[in-house]
Design a protein around this ligand. Structure first.
Ligand SMILES: Nc1ncnc2c1ncn2[C@@H]1O[C@H](COP(=O)(O)OP(=O)(O)O)[C@@H](O)[C@H]1O
Ligand SMILES: [Mg+2]
Length: 215
């Protein structure tokens, strides 16, 4: 059995990542592909326990460097227990956030040294790297407004990251755009300001062109 493909969705709060993960999973499923939908932080029981620590509480509950280590603890467990077993049995894995979120949130917006993050990628990710990363880009105010409406409608409290200031989110957007520009062979920048249907179609075009889900 050939190894499955690993697709990650990245970008700021309210960009539409979770919405489009669901739509892509439905399309891959309809194409007859076994697909595992997962998310970070989380995606395995241990990592979900760390998620609760990282996403709840006051904005300054953890320093960026502590966050980096918690995220990588969660990520390693997620890789060992969920991602690698799925890829090895030939399933495709679609993940809502992955390592680029650490580069952007804790690195770009949090000032954690890029050398530390690069070392963690080398030693903790190893060879587990996305085949395709969709980087969702939209103006910060639009994303935060969407996230706020979504939080109210779903009864979820806003996360620690949503409660950080506008300047943090601007730095985040810049960092994600830089990642997409630096690794064009892996990343596609998606204009997330369009309708849900337009974005879904752009995502499917990127996945079809790059990964040929129809064989
Ligand atoms: N293209 C879009 N246009 C308008 N609203 C959207 C769009 N995509 C998602 N939404 C809405 O915005 C909110 C946040 O979307 P979500 O997928 O949860 O974003 P993320 O996972 O990136 O934080 C949800 O209420 C969702 O229905
Ligand atoms: Mg989401």
């Amino acid at each position: 059995m050939a190894r499955g493909r690993f697709i990650t969705f990245e970008g700021g709060e309210g960009a539409g990542k979770s919405t489009q993960v669901r739509r892509l999973v439905a399309r891959l499923d309809a194409a007859g592909i076994e697909v595992v939908a997962t998310r970070e932080p989380g995606g395995s029981p241990g990592a979900e326990a760390i998620r609760a620590l990282v996403l709840t509480g006051s904005a300054d509950r953890w320093s960026p460097i502590t966050e980096t280590l918690l995220m990588y603890g969660a990520r390693r467990d997620h890789i060992e227990r969920t991602i690698t077993p799925a890829l090895e049995r030939g399933a495709w894995v679609v993940c809502d956030r992955f390592a680029d979120s650490t580069r952007a949130y804790q690195g770009g917006a949090g000032d954690v040294a890029p050398e530390l993050i690069a070392a963690l990628e080398t030693h903790v990710l190893g060879t587990v790297r996305p085949d395709l990363t969709l980087v969702f880009d939209l103006p910060v105010d639009v994303g935060l407004a969407r996230a706020e409406v979504h939080a109210k409608a779903s009864g979820h409290a806003e996360t620690r990251f949503e409660s950080k200031g506008l300047a943090f989110h601007e730095r985040l957007r810049t960092a994600f755009r830089q990642i997409a520009a630096a690794e064009p062979e892996r990343c596609v920048l998606v204009d997330a300001a369009g309708t849900i249907e337009t974005v879904e179609s752009d995502v499917w075009t990127a996945v079809s062109d790059r990964l040929h889900p129809h064989g």
